[in-house]
Design a protein around this ligand. Sequence first.
Ligand SMILES: [Zn+2]
Length: 449
Amino acid sequence: MEEKILYKIEEREKELVELLRKVIRIPSLTGEEGEAQEFLASYLKNLGMGVSIWEPDIEEIFNTFPEVAQYPSHWEHDLILPYDTLPSYEELVKTGNIKLLNYKNRPNVVGILKGKGGGRSLLLTGHIDNVTVEPKSDWAHDPFGAEVIDGKIYGRGASDMKGGLIASLSAIQSLIEADVPLTGDVIFASAVNEEHSGNGTLSMICKGTTADVAIVAEPSENQIFVATPGDVYWQLTVEGIPRSPGARWEGKEMVGISAIEKLPLAIQSLLKLEEEQNKMKPDPLYGTKNPFSCVIGEVSGGTYTTVTANQCVLRGCMYFAHGLGSVNKIMDQIKEYILKGTQSDSWFEQHPVKTAFLHHRNSSKINKDHPVVEIVYDSTKASSGKYPSVLGSPYCADMDMLVNQGKIPTIIYGPGTIAHAHKANELISIDEYISCVKALALSIYRWCK
Ligand SMILES: [Zn+2]
């Protein structure tokens, strides 16, 4: 039976490549997922699968998962809304941005291939949305052209993660076409708004999409990831007093204070937190790599060359390995370190740094001895002769919500590499894509037969 499945895939290799190219050619930037999702929904229906398609309900997501729900995002609107403790539906409505940030024409799609009953179920899931293609001038290929050159397909989403999503779909299709009898259900899910959010997957969990195990086909170069880090995006606002040069000093007293000259102490506080966290023992899955990264990303402030800056805004993010605690703990630590670290300057007594957050995600991990790991490991070996590594992921993904909120043991396994994600000239190797289809098809068969 396994030979028959692999033969079906080899026989249809050209079609599998064309299907992926077709989906890359349907733009589905975050906020504009509708057309691609409609395409997938009708494709699943044609395969004879039971299909659900719905627009995520933001209020329901916030009510069900208040700790992890995020504001919806859209690639075109730079509306990253800061929050002090947690984002909320009420705050979103109050800002008026719900007219731009919502899930209208942005449906989730779930298809079910029912087993005969009595078997184990498997969820194959991923996100359809992609980040911006800007700056377009950096692209040597049409980002929506899906050009094939030297065994690689170029286009936005090729690696992150239309490659993995369509590999999952093609794996299911190959089982249907090989007429393989299964006892457990196979569920295919395509979520919206993974980038900068995760609400698509949260909405699926709200609606009861579940299985005994799940595979998120994010790019892992067909290695198995059993953990994801958490992240928090933060924003610091530092105040100053605007004065021209002649008014900076009143006698010996400094009255023109630049917010920018006050910034280093705040930055040092964050770097101190990074240093302290990196004294912690990293999760063995990450080898000797430091478990905590502080990225100082963007700074803006001041209005005029000859006036002390009245305000300065610094944005950045922290990534933290599993084992360093919840994202809420890290958020509290950021506030605490800023408060402690700025105490040496009396300016901050009257003008404390305002700390806000822009996005937060928990880390996740499953036992590397879980049977789903073994099945995917053995299926990779059987289909390609390769021995995949079992690692911690270097990036965040919807795996955390499937594990933490959905209570589904989940791994990441997919073609492509994170090195190509979110960049110009994103690509995927056709060989890696086809290898993934084969490994996933055998995994489904072995798990659900
Ligand atoms: Zn992704």
